[in-house]
Design a protein around this ligand. Structure first.
Ligand SMILES: *Cc1c(COP(=O)(O)O)cnc(C)c1O
Length: 454
C-alpha cells in the first residue's frame, strides 16, 4: 500500500499505543513519527506550493475521490505507516492555495513565517479563554490588538479575535444591539417596543444579514442602500432610507440603530465613503460599523489609509481580517470596539467554573473568555504576531504597497490590451480586485465571463 519512501523504517508496523503517552518509553518512536509526517508530507507539499511546473490541483469528482482516498473509520487500529500514508493522501489531493497560479476567493499565497507560527500554536494546543492556561498567547493578543487599534486611530477600546469576518461582524452587531437595546440581553427582542433596523450597501458582504438573523433582528430589517457606479454606498441614499424608517407609520415603529460601511467590498473592492457616512450616523445617533474584513490591510500603508480610510477612527467598531490582504494563515480575523468594556458587558455570563475572578494569584483582567459568544477560542494570534515580527511595520507597508502596485500593473496591462478580448469593469480599482470581462468568440457564439483577480 504505502510507497517505499513513505514508510517509517523499523517502526512503521507500530501502533498509536507505541507512542507517547501510552508508551512511556515511546519518546524516540514518537519523535520519529512526527518528524516523518513533517519531512515526508508537509515539507514536500509546501515546496510544491511554490512550484510553477506543478498543477494547482489534481481534481476529481466527490464520488471518485471517495474511491481514491481510503476514508473509512476502521474497527481496529492502523499502523504508523498507514497514518503517514493517510497524511500524504490528504495533501496529494489538496488544492495548492499558495501556488502562483491559484486564483480564488480572497485568500491565497502561503506565508512561511505564519505557517511556522501555526505549527508552534498547534504544538501548544491551548485554549484562549484565560491567562492562566495561555499566558504568553493572551498577552500577545493584547499587544497585537492594541497595535491594530492604534493603526485604526482608537485611543483605548477593546478587540477580540474571531473565527472569521462573519463572526466579527456578528460581534459588532451584538455590541451595537446591546448599546442601543441593552434589555435584549435578558428579555430578547420580543421585549422591545420597536423594530431595530440595520443599513448596509447593496454591495456589502452577506454576513451583515447573517448577523441580523443571528441577533434575532431578522434579515427583512436590513435595508440595502444603493451604490454608485463604482459600487460605493451613496450617503444621500442612506440618509433617505433612515428618514423613511423614522417616518414609518405601522403598528410597530422602526428604529434605525446600525450602519455598516464596507471598506473593500468583496466583489469590486469598493470603499464606502467613511466621513459622510460617519456624519449621518452622528446626526441620527446610529452605531457606525466598518466592515474592513477585506480592505483592512490597506490601513498599514499610510498612503492608502489616508486615501481610503479617512475618518475610520470615528467608527464604533471595525472588522479587519489579517487572513485576507495581510496573508496570515487561516483563520485570523479581528473586531475592534471603540468603547472599552462593551464586549464584556454584552457577552458576559459569569460561568463560575471557568472565570473565577477571586483567583488570588494573578490579574484576571486578562481573561478574555467571557467577552465572546464562544466559550473556547482557538489561538489565532501567534501566527499573526510572528509574521508581524518578521516584517515589522515597514515590511507590512511594503507588502501592502506591493499588492497595490501589482494590481495597478495588471490594470495597466488590461487597458493597454488592444485585442478587444478584455473589458475592464472599472478603470480605477480601489483595492486589489480587478474585475474584467473576458470575451471569447467561438463558433459564432459569444461567451462572456467575469473574472475577479486578487
Ligand atoms: C470576506 C469578507 C467577510 C467574511 O469574512 P470571513 O472571514 O470569510 O467570514 C466579511 N466582509 C467582507 C467585506 C469580506 O470581504
Amino acid at each position: 500500500m504505502a510507497d517505499e519512501d513513505l514508510t517509517l523504517k523499523g517502526i512503521g508496523h507500530l501502533l498509536y499505543t507505541d507512542l507517547l503517552p501510552l508508551n512511556r518509553d515511546g519518546t524516540d518512536i514518537s519523535m520519529k513519527f512526527l518528524e516523518a509526517v513533517v519531512k515526508k508530507t508537509c515539507l514536500p507539499f509546501v515546496a510544491s506550493d511554490f512550484d510553477r511546473t506543478q498543477k494547482v490541483v489534481d481534481f476529481h469528482q466527490p464520488d471518485e475521490m471517495l474511491n481514491l482516498v481510503d476514508m473509512h473509520i476502521p474497527d481496529d487500529p492502523r499502523d504508523l505507516d498507514s497514518l503517514l500514508y493517510d497524511c500524504h493522501q490528504a495533501l496529494h489531493y489538496q488544492v495548492k492555495t499558495g501556488h502562483p497560479h491559484y486564483l480564488n476567493q480572497l485568500s491565497c499565497g502561503l506565508d512561511l513565517v505564519s505557517l511556522a507560527g501555526e505549527w508552534v500554536t498547534a504544538s501548544a494546543n491551548t485554549n484562549m479563554f484565560t491567562y492562566e492556561i495561555a499566558p504568553v498567547f493572551i498577552l500577545l493578543e493584547n499587544v497585537v490588538l492594541r497595535k491594530m487599534r492604534e493603526v485604526i486611530g482608537y485611543k483605548g477600546g477593546d478587540s477580540i479575535l474571531c473565527p472569521g469576518g462573519t463572526v466579527s461582524n456578528i460581534n459588532a452587531v451584538l455590541c451595537a444591539r446591546y448599546k442601543h437595546f441593552p434589555e435584549c440581553k435578558t428579555k430578547g427582542v420580543h421585549g422591545l417596543p420597536c423594530q431595530p433596523v440595520l443599513f448596509t450597501s447593496e454591495h456589502s458582504h452577506y454576513s451583515i444579514k447573517t448577523a441580523a438573523s443571528a441577533a434575532g433582528l431578522g434579515t427583512d430589517n436590513v435595508v440595502e442602500v444603493k451604490t454608485d457606479a463604482k459600487g460605493k454606498m451613496i450617503p444621500e441614499e442612506l440618509e433617505k432610507q433612515i428618514v423613511a424608517c423614522l417616518n414609518y407609520e405601522g403598528p410597530v415603529k422602526k428604529k434605525p440603530f446600525f450602519v455598516n460601511c464596507t471598506c473593500g467590498t468583496t466583489v469590486l473592492g469598493a470603499f464606502d465613503p467613511v466621513e459622510p457616512i460617519a456624519n449621518i450616523c452622528a446626526k441620527y445617533g446610529l452605531w457606525l460599523h466598518i466592515d474592513a474584513a477585506w480592505g483592512g490591510g490597506l490601513l498599514l500603508s499610510e498612503k492608502y489609509r489616508a486615501e481610503r480610510f479617512l475618518g475610520v477612527e470615528r467608527a464604533d467598531s471595525v472588522t479587519w481580517n489579517p487572513h485576507k490582504l495581510m496573508g496570515c494563515l487561516l483563520q485570523c480575523s479581528t473586531v475592534h470596539l471603540k468603547e472599552d468594556g462593551i464586549l464584556m458587558n454584552c457577552n458576559q455570563m459569569n460561568a463560575e467554573y471557568l472565570f473565577q475572578d477571586d483567583k488570588q494569584y494573578y490579574d484576571c483582567r486578562f481573561d478574555t473568555g467571557d467577552k465572546v459568544i464562544q466559550c473556547g477560542r482557538h489561538n489565532d494570534i501567534f501566527k499573526l504576531w510572528l509574521m508581524w515580527r518578521a516584517k515589522g511595520m515597514s515590511g507590512f507597508r511594503r507588502h501592502i504597497d506591493g499588492l497595490m502596485a501589482t494590481a495597478e500593473y495588471m490594470t495597466e496591462q488590461l487597458k493597454a490590451d488592444t485585442s478587444g478580448r478584455f473589458v475592464l469593469l472599472w478603470p480605477e480599482p480601489e483595492c486589489v480586485n480587478i474585475c474584467f470581462w473576458s470575451v471569447l468568440f467561438c463558433f459564432g457564439v459569444l461567451f462572456v465571463s467575469l473574472y475577479f483577480l486578487f
